[in-house]
Design a protein around this ligand. Structure first.
Ligand code: NAD
Length: 355
């Protein structure tokens, strides 16, 4: 049983903790937080021992009625691995703490690639993290791109990827972010930094990316053009993507015409926190012109990296091979949408399509 500590219990950290706790071969031994906010109370309710990330703030937890199990360096000393889910830039500062205790660590995509020895995406380079002490799970956008590039590269070979990333301005709780009423080329400089980040997973890939930010909190949407090495048909690509456990090809006829309805689908399915761990590719959008493939996909920024963190732990400790780990992770969290997830009957679906 791998003993896992989570340092930084926010959007990503709280989801990682629940996903780890659902696995049969790892457990949460504690989470570290800077303040006793509502998420601290959630952690307590879920039975996760609470550690003070900033020792001077420990009394605040007592005042809020939360018993502290210790300070963050005790958690680091106790754990077999720390999943660092602190805000961008803090992870790099924490690396020294992990090294002092000889505790391996996983960092998140907000850190620069050089924070770790390896950048990781389970579908694309699982074996690169075998027996490695410091691993970075790439960002939500890079995870979403990598998951789709890996099968295309294996099946057809990829000559060049061009991707436009329409990014949410902030997460639902990030009320200080924006834009509120604007459409921002972001970064204005093209190509954007996202392409080089994908190259930390696929070093030889030709990829150019452009980024925008829009007034939305729900998901990112990617418009993708991939020039393949082989001639393909849209039907063949669709079949290939439908065979991927972490890609959901949205069927025509469900009336899912945007990120809002995807989130409704997740909430109707009673998924925890309305999470969509899968890349959501609109089936109708898959189009082919010679060797050029086009499609739209939506990426739930708060949750697509969660299964990747679980697999990173298994890879680092060489617990399972790639396929076994990914299948186990997915089964225990509930990743994977197949068939008709809406619960509509075929007839109701046909009626819906006629609307
Ligand atoms: P967040 O702000 O929601 O959560 C971070 C948590 O860490 C907060 O609870 C904060 O109080 C706490 N914290 C701050 N300083 C700390 C410290 N010194 N020690 C311990 N805890 C501290 O941030 P997030 O969105 O969960 O992002 C975490 C990481 O995951 C970042 O690298 C980010 O780029 C990456 N990431 C975020 C998303 C996303 O969309 N939210 C997606 C993929 C990757």
């Amino acid at each position: 049983m791998i003993r896992v500590g989570v340092n930084g219990y926010g959007t990503i950290g709280k989801r990682v903790a629940d996903a780890v706790e659902a696995q049969p071969d790892m457990e949460i031994i504690g989470v570290a937080k800077t303040q006793p906010n509502f998420e601290a109370h959630t952690a307590v309710k879920r039975g996760y021992p609470m550690y003070a990330a900033i020792p001077e703030r420990a009394p605040l937890f007592a005042e809020a009625g939360i018993d502290i199990a210790g300070e963050v360096d005790e958690l680091v000393a106790e754990a077999d691995v720390i999943v660092d889910c602190t805000p961008s830039g803090i992870g790099a500062k924490n690396r020294e703490l992990y090294e002092t205790h000889h505790t391996p660590a996983i960092f998140q995509g907000g850190e620069d690639a050089d924070v770790a020895d390896v950048s990781f995406n389970a579908r694309s380079n699982y074996d690169a993290a075998r027996d490695v002490d410091y691993v970075r799970v790439v960002s939500c956008n890079t995870t979403g791109l990598s998951r789709i590039i890996a099968p295309l590269e294996e099946e057809y070979g990829v000559e060049k990827v061009r991707a436009t990333l329409v990014r949410r301005g902030g997460d639902p709780g990030q009320n200080s972010r924006g834009p509120i009423n604007d459409i921002l080329p972001n970064p204005i400089k093209v190509p954007s930094h996202h392409g080089p980040d994908v190259k930390t997973i696929f070093p030889n890939l030709e990829i150019d990316t452009l980024g925008l930010k829009v007034p939305a909190t729900l998901m990112h949407v990617h418009a993708l053009n991939v020039t393949l090495k082989d001639d393909v048909t849209g039907a063949h690509v669709r079949q290939l993507l439908e065979g991927e456990g972490r890609i959901y090809v949205i069927p025509e006829g469900l009336g899912i015409d945007g990120a809002g309805k995807l989130k409704d689908l997740a909430l109707d399915a009673e998924r925890p926190r309305g999470d969509l761990w899968e890349n959501c590719v609109w089936g109708e959008s898959i189009g082919v012109n010679g060797r050029d493939l086009y499609l739209f996909q939506a990426i739930h920024q708060e949750s697509d990296v969660i299964p990747e963190n679980v697999d990173a732990i298994r890879a680092m400790f060489e617990l399972e091979d790639q396929k076994t780990s990914m299948e186990l992770t997915d089964r225990k969290i509930g990743v994977g949408i197949s068939g008709d997830p809406s619960g509509f009957s075929e007839q109701a679906r046909a009626e819906f399509a006629d609307d």
